[in-house]
Write a protein that binds this ligand. Structure first.
Ligand SMILES: [Zn+2]
Ligand SMILES: [Zn+2]
Length: 291
């Protein structure tokens, strides 16, 4: 059966250099052609090249948050696009900044939003300002409210070429320490894939966003036991609870950090206690059909 709507995992790892997993990134394809990119961490650019993926139809990049392991290859992808005679704007969507976060007193500094991030990188006074000399270079950056409390699910601006394909996108803020972070739901003709982003836990908004989705791609960074950075990522028992409560048809676990790798079987067993649906473990360069 020809692929209709699929997710190719570019990077299933966390922020550490690893032989098998690069940092976070997922390409979404419609009828086999990549159209959207969710996150763009270190190594994803090389994975795109390894797989021979064609980016000529890429219209929108969704950034769950601005941690380096989700964004650092974005300039490389943008350079590739505009060296390939793109000649039209790229839509980049991500979280709105916020003035500070008292939930994370150890690092509560104000954080910037995606439009400011793009301006600092590619604006006329940005680090890579020279990109503005390329014909047709433009990045349409959109900030999406990233408050992680409450039950608010918002619809997100979608690139017109993707609207024409039948794509709609929703988002909500999720808790991730000091960092404004979004979860996204991408809907395509009755199918839907949800990316949890990095999240430390469940919220009513995340459950509403993921309700009855076809596939939930969930942060699965750390084991159940206490480990460093344990406050930033959901534990396996919480991931299982979210999967079960949301009613997702399938669960794709990803963003594995070294602390969970040797204990993955145990961690997945904990998820299975709460969730009886299909569970897959993301592998770099594997493609998963959403349906
Ligand atoms: Zn991360
Ligand atoms: Zn993160």
């Amino acid at each position: 059966m020809a692929s209709t709507f699929s997710v190719t995992v570019l990077g299933s790892g966390g922020p550490f250099a690893d032989k098998h997993r690069v940092s976070s990134g997922y390409l979404l394809s419609i009828r086999g052609k990549p159209r959207m990119l969710v996150d763009c961490g270190g190594g994803t650019f090389e994975r795109i090249g390894q797989a021979g993926l064609d980016l000529s139809g890429l219209e929108q990049v969704l950034l769950t948050h601005l941690h380096i392991d989700h964004t650092s290859d974005l300039p490389a992808v943008i350079m590739h696009l505009y060296m390939s005679d793109r000649g039209r704007a790229l839509t980049v969507t991500g979280p709105r900044g916020r003035p500070g976060n008292t939930d994370a007193p150890e690092n509560a500094a104000p954080q910037l939003g995606v439009s400011e991030f793009v301006r600092l990188l590619f604006g006329v006074e940005g680090a890579w300002r020279y990109m503005n000399t390329f014909d047709g270079f433009a990045i349409n950056a959109t900030d999406v409210a990233s408050v992680a409390s409450g039950a608010v699910v918002q619809s997100v601006h979608v690139d017109p070429a993707l609207i024409a394909e039948g794509i709609s996108i929703d988002a909500c803020g999720v808790p991730h320490g000091m960092m404004p972070t979004l979860a996204f739901r991408i809907n395509y003709r009755g199918r839907s894939v949800v990316f949890s982003g990095d999240t430390s836990g469940a919220t009513p908004a995340l459950l509403a966003l993921a309700s009855q989705c076809s596939m939930l791609v969930h942060d699965f960074a750390l084991p159940e036991r206490e480990v460093p950075s344990g406050k930033l990522h959901a534990k396996p028992s919480v991931v299982g609870w979210i999967a079960n409560e949301s009613g997702t048809k399938s669960l794709l676990l990803s963003h594995f950090m070294p602390a969970i790798e040797p204990e993955l079987d145990t961690a997945v067993d904990i998820v299975r206690r709460a969730y009886t649906g299909k569970i897959e473990l993301a592998e770099d360069l594997s493609t998963y059909e959403v349906g």
